[in-house]
Design a protein around this ligand. Sequence first.
Ligand code: HEM
Length: 518
Amino acid sequence: MDPFLRLSPLRAYTPHILESKIITMIASVLFLSLVLGAVFVSRSSKTWPTSIIYRLKRYIKEEWDMFIYPITANKRIRKAYAGMKGKPLRMNSPESWITLVSSPELIKDIKNASNDQLSLHAAAKEILKPEYTMNGFNWHDQRGIEGIGFVRTLRTLLTTHLPKLTPGVRAIIDRTFADELKNSRSTNVLTLSKKVVTKISAYAFFGLDYVDNNEFIEAAYYYNEDVLYGSEFLRMTPRLLRPVVGLLISKSLTRQRVFFEGLVGIIESRMNNPNTIKKHNDVIQWIIDTSPKSKPWSPGRMAFEVMAIWFGSVQGLATTLTFAIFSLCEHPEYIAPLREEVEGAAGDEFLINGEGLPLMDSFLKECSRWTPVESVTARRCALKDFTFSDGTIVSKGEWVGIPVGPMLRDETKYPRPDLFDGFRFADPAVVGRESSVVQPEGPSKFTDISETWHVWGTGKLTCPGRFFVSYVMKHVMYHILDTCEPEMAEKRRKYTINWRTLTLPGPGVKATFNERAR
Ligand code: HEM
């Protein structure tokens, strides 16, 4: 049997159970923090009783602001950006005070900062709590201390290997859509995207030998959700209680262990048999090959590296793909021109080279502008006091960031920003019509990095997986255009929710993929 067709079906995700658990957990954490806060305030107060009431009120207000931050963050960041006018702005967040910057000069300061000044890794550790959610991975605060082999792995080796994956990727997409739509043509778009992205990523990361290992692939799929929910709960837990709660969480999240042990098994078997005839061409092999030679890593250390990349890869890609499908359903006028493109010479070329499709490229870029998953990028924690070129000081332990979400709706950067124009980034000669919007900087590609496009990061630290993202999204869109007539299952509802600085697909949002009439 075709090995791609043996990929395991994944169990249905049950959001309502998780949501009710989270609500109970949130309520307990709020109650506990108020009690602890009140005790702290009364003990530290000197003048009784006016001062204690004032402090208690202030404390409750601050705690309340931080408690509702997860649902107000996006609005607060939009409001902050509207008032910034190129100046930095310092705002509070549950993790830390954060100084937001948007002018090219100050963004350049973030770009030029050294790894021992501003750290992505320290900020990511605070958000994801990997010591509890990623089987105990406690990465260095400073990027690059143990090498950056993963950049070559993803940016160079994976990108050049993509065309070879095409037959397998197409079979995976075909199979996953057929399975998912076999009983009903309407399906939860996020669930579909996660399944297809998990399977394609498993193929690119581990090769074919493991993609039909049900237990392993299921652990890999649910591990992402465990990291998200586990770290979310820990962020709401008072700092003092985190080590104990973290320990309990890490004991209960068993899938991170199954995934970790599966990865260690693969790595050990490859390292113990270096001279086998079979040549592996996948992310796990390239992580082994590019790992530091002077101080060799253990299989466990390599497994941690894969777990961290896997989390960043699957989660962001599945969400971005979901939004692109939403946009295609909401703007059916793009179906005909995109279909014409994939059915023409550009489509043939894409199937051979794994790149191209300029109209689709622009459409996907506009989808990212329209619904960016993150509204703050280039989050960095100051490992020592940091001074911007305008004199703004960020104290050690505080964060900096770029408010990318509102910047993507700024009319000085994107003419008619509240208009979805799928071809605004394409060359007008290719579009073949006067576009309603012309970008001042001229045509650009989805994967391009620029002074105004911070979706992939900025400066030295940009996403090395973006070519994989573009490749996978184009293949899935190609399949949809080729075989389906997509539309939202329920019209006139809100399709997204905001959580902290993230925009996520709303729970239960479905699309209908009726068979294409030929
Ligand atoms: C649409 C999906 C994705 C988006 C929007 C995205 C965005 C980003 C951004 C903004 C950064 C820089 C972080 C910062 O400066 O704060 C980044 C870094 C990174 N991304 Fe992605 N990413 C996506 C998918 C992927 C995928 C699929 C992979 C792997 C195959 C990946 C691997 C990485 C890695 C390893 C880094 C760290 C780079 C470094 O330290 O040099 N990403 N990504």
